[in-house]
Design a protein around this ligand. Structure first.
Ligand code: NAD
Ligand code: UGA
Length: 459
């Protein structure tokens, strides 16, 4: 097989694995290899139990693995044999030095650039799939061209817009695919090659080509604007709780304005996920770096409202449970940052659980997919918690149930049975507004939704 039909993806995580499985399934003439330094992860990708849970992923991988999709730790071989290299390594928020707490930590990303220089024997297209700060492609270009072998590398920005829980669907039918490159002859050629891959299944009008800086910035702005909508409605949820307005009704009335639209207006305990907070803070850092403090403060407000929402949720629990949760069993339903994923990165459940443990509550946690991650997230947390694989056992003898993830299965639970097994008075704090609040109140629960009046049996 010719090298230009060999694609390597460095980074076999939530993005690398699913994106490459989709490319392999849509482009049978390409050989797609996904490489990672994490041996355990690669072993899992090659097994029946994939390292991540994502609807539809397992069947998709089974269909192409060993045919034109391969998972390996041999990064050097992958680099040597591939003409196109996607880089989808993690780019977390920096925790040390200049820009700590805001800027992106580019150490993993830079290591891949250095590996490419070390092992490449000919020129290549390098595609930024990771979310990176503005002008990162330029830095990548500089590092790659410090090679002494006379090789040419064309850097393309091709950010990923999929959301976890719907990754496969999002990739198979994306709203748009964004390909950014240099406006040089080589840049255009490289962009055409990336566009030609996506053209196998994405209609031409949905594939946008831009300059590389616009592409990098668009990714950060898309995430910032999505998160901004959630913080906007969450800020209004606080006002609704004080005024007897109902945030669901407000969101519906506002979202029916076709200029605003209904999506991403679900009030919640707060947004989580590995990217919203990190990408907004990255945007804030860039604005500060370019001396735009007003713009930085504007976007930082989105994160501040999210922190406020999480704190408010915990305060509400403690205040309404007679100002103390010490020694009380509290059942946490849902630990993933959203439904249909086992991912718990930046999940509001982590913050809420840790705060309640500090208040000396005894937590019992149930999640259909995220208990292994929950265990890691709470390792070292002070206090008592147990992970329970059955929601009814989880709630037995509890004083309160908290809904922290919008799993569909929670709506189908027998809450009468749950109520009967709980301590009284029994409380429900629905951090996702997914349950039938009136029905729960009738059963006997004291119900605390987000953004609407509480339904309490105490006067
Ligand atoms: P992840 O942590 O799940 O995966 C990253 C992988 O890269 C890990 O398996 C890690 O072992 C590997 N890695 C790190 N350094 C390496 C190296 N030098 N060589 C080989 N492998 C290396 O991260 P993710 O969620 O897939 O995110 C990757 C990037 O995509 C981030 O920049 C993120 O912002 C962006 N993104 C993520 C999502 C999402 O939903 N998770 C969506 C869009 C964009
Ligand atoms: C988000 C974006 O939606 C993707 O386009 C982007 O590619 C991705 O980040 C990324 O760059 O990582 P993701 O974080 O996987 O995707 O999931 P979302 O569906 O955006 O949900 C994020 C958080 O917001 C979740 O905690 C979710 O429960 C919460 N949310 C979402 C709300 O609280 N209310 C809403 O109305 C929508």
């Amino acid at each position: 097989m010719k090298k230009e039909k060999n694609i390597l993806c460095i980074g076999a995580g939530y993005v690398g694995g699913p994106t490459m499985a989709v490319i392999a399934s849509k482009c049978p003439e390409y050989k797609v290899t996904v490489a990672d330094i994490d041996e355990k992860k690669i072993k899992a990708w090659n097994s029946d139990r994939l390292p991540i849970y994502e609807p539809g992923l397992s069947d998709l991988v089974k269909g192409v693995r060993g045919k034109n999709l391969f998972f390996t730790t041999d990064i050097a071989k992958g680099i040597r044999e591939s003409g196109i290299i996607f880089v989808s390594v993690n780019t977390p928020t920096k925790t040390f030095g200049e820009g700590a707490g805001k800027a992106a930590d580019l150490q993993y990303w830079e290591k891949t650039a250095r590996a490419i220089i070390e092992y490449a024997e000919d020129s290549k297209i390098v595609v930024e799939k990771s979310t990176l700060p503005l002008r990162a492609a330029e830095a990548m270009h500089r590092i790659l061209h410090s090679n002494t072998k006379g090789l040419h590398f064309e850097v393309i920005s091709n950010p990923e817009f999929m959301a976890e829980g719907s990754a496969i669907e999002d990739m198979q039918e994306p709203d748009r695919v964004l390909v950014g490159g240099m406006r040089t002859a080589n840049g255009k050629k490289a962009m055409d090659r990336i566009v030609s891959i996506y053209s196998h299944w994405v209609p031409k009008e949905r594939i946008i080509t831009t300059n590389v800086w616009s592409s990098e910035l668009s990714k950060l702005v898309a995430n910032a604007m999505l998160a901004q909508r959630i913080s906007s409605i969450n800020s209004i949820s606080a006002l609704c709780e004080k005024t007897d307005a109902n945030v669901g009704e407000v969101a519906k009335a506002v979202g029916m304005d076709s200029r605003i639209g209904p999506k991403f207006l679900r009030a919640s305990v707060g947004f989580g996920g590995s990217c919203f907070k990190k990408d907004i803070l990255n945007l804030v850092y860039l604005c500060e770096y370019y001396n735009l403090p007003e713009v930085a403060a504007y976007w930082e407000g989105v994160v501040k409202i999210n922190d406020f929402q999480e704190k408010r949720f915990v305060k509400n629990i403690v205040r309404n449970m007679f100002d103390s949760v010490a020694g009380k069993k509290i059942a946490v339903f849902g630990f993933a940052f959203k439904a249909d994923t086992g991912d718990t990165r930046e999940s509001p459940a982590i913050y809420v659980s840790k705060m309640l443990l500090e208040e000396k509550a005894e937590l019992s946690i149930y999640d259909p997919e995220a208990l292994d991650n929950a265990e890691k997230d709470l390792a070292g947390a002070k206090g008592r918690f147990e992970l329970v694989r059955d929601p009814y056992k989880c709630a037995k003898d509890a004083h309160a149930v908290l809904i922290l993830t919008e799993w569909n299965e929670f709506k189908k639970l027998d809450f009468r049975k749950i109520y009967e097994s709980m301590e009284k008075p029994a409380f429900i704090f629905d951090g996702r507004n997914i349950l039938d609040h009136k029905g729960l109140y009738k059963i006997g629960f004291n119900v605390f939704p987000i953004g609407s009046s509480k339904m309490s049996h105490f006067k």
